[in-house]
Design a protein around this ligand. Structure first.
Ligand code: AMP
Ligand code: MG
Length: 353
């Protein structure tokens, strides 16, 4: 299959291109498109054949459910029942935006889309291209991240092409995404709201609306024996090809430790990459500590860190790094999502110094 690549303006999406992409979705095809979080791989959420094609194109296990994207609040009533008061209040505060809610599903949503579950994940994205496309497709677009299963989520269209060229009908290229990490997932089907995946909308932000919010214990604990409630969190996601280790501690000791380990790895013939910050990058460079040194941004700018993390992991893959060291980040606010993704990429390989 030939994959059509279309450039499209975020602020004023070309109507004709959106119409064509919407038609592809209505006919059961697949279109990758930008959202404010990462690029999504869209199919008609109410068509079981489309959902099967999404799993196939990504090589994704079919018990890992898809998020259904809508472009009008009231459409939630067509796919979820009941819609609790908490959902309404969260939507008022954070939709359109990077928040996904888990609710009980209605029959309209096929089990193929929910990975066999009786619940459905719903999100109303803010990106204008995403919203226009969902509307053109009929209102319900299932869209997991547009990467091949196991690779970092794509933050630019070029990464979608690398993973999915020839496997999907179209890629809408709207430039780099704004956030760079997947949406926050909150489960509203239990006795208390529970975060199943941390994201841009933080626990603190959810608590301003809902009072107290639980966090799925499996998110940050290394040896947790419980099953994550979001099936996708079970899989080793975001895995770089090199062996990634996260180093925690005081900045000075962390840098010294990473330098020592990098040097030792290089003398064994490894190709070593370091994920640094603006604060530490020049130090590693001055001592040529590694084959490749990349800053994710300043520690004081978590938005920048979130936006560059997946790109850097991919670049290290492309450069053939076999060993990667990363500094750790504070686990509050957006840092919780950043560390969640980093620790998963590292298979929870952490050293404390
Ligand atoms: P992705 O869209 O690739 O970022 O992945 C979607 C995430 O949402 C995966 O981790 C899924 O397991 C999770 N998810 C989707 N639907 C549900 C659901 N009904 N219950 C729990 N988690 C879900
Ligand atoms: Mg994903």
């Amino acid at each position: 299959m030939e994959t059509i690549l279309e450039k499209i303006e975020r602020d004023a999406p070309d109507r004709e291109k959106i119409r064509r992409a919407g038609k592809i979705l209505q006919n059961g095809g697949l279109v990758a498109f930008p959202t404010e979080t990462v690029y999504g791989l869209g199919g008609d959420a109410l068509n079981p054949a489309s959902s099967r094609r999404i799993y196939e194109a990504k090589g994704r296990p079919s018990d890992n459910p898809l998020i259904v994207h809508i472009c009008r609040w009231e459409d939630i009533y067509r796919i979820a029942d009941p819609v609790p008061e908490a959902a309404y209040r969260l939507a008022q505060a954070f939709w359109p935006g990077p928040l996904t809610m888990i609710l009980n599903k209605r029959d309209a949503v096929p089990l193929e889309t929910t990975g066999g579950l009786d619940t459905v994940a719903v999100r109303f994205p803010s990106d204008p291209i995403a919203r226009a496309l969902i509307d053109a497709a009929g209102g319900f677009v299932a869209a997991p991240s547009a990467n091949a299963s196991g690779r970092p989520s794509p933050t630019v269209a070029e990464y979608v092409r690398e993973d999915l060229d020839g496997r999907i009908d179209m890629i809408l290229d709207g430039g780099e995404v704004g956030i760079g990490l997947e949406s926050t997932i909150v489960d509203l089907t239990g006795p208390e709201p529970m975060i199943l995946r941390p994201g841009y909308v933080t626990k603190e932000m959810l608590e301003t609306v809902l009072g107290s919010v639980d966090v799925d214990k499996t998110i940050l604990e290394k040896d947790c024996k419980l099953r994550p409630k979001a099936p996708g969190m079970r899989y080793r996601h975001y895995a770089p090809r090199g062996v990634l280790t996260v180093v925690e501690g005081m900045p000075e000791q962390v840098a010294a430790y990473i330098e020592e380990k990098s040097r030792a790895a290089r003398s064994r013939g490894e190709r070593v990459g370091i994920i640094a910050t603006d604060e530490s990058e020049s130090r590693y460079r001055a001592r040529s500590s590694a084959d490749s040194i990349k800053s994710v941004g300043s520690r004081t700018d978590e938005d920048a860190v979130a936006r560059s993390l997946y790109r850097i992991l991919r670049e290290f893959d492309d450069e053939g790094m076999t060993v990667i060291y990363s500094e750790a980040f504070a686990q509050s606010g957006l840092g919780q999502a950043i560390m969640n993704r980093l620790l998963k990429a590292a298979g929870h390989r952490v050293e404390k110094v």
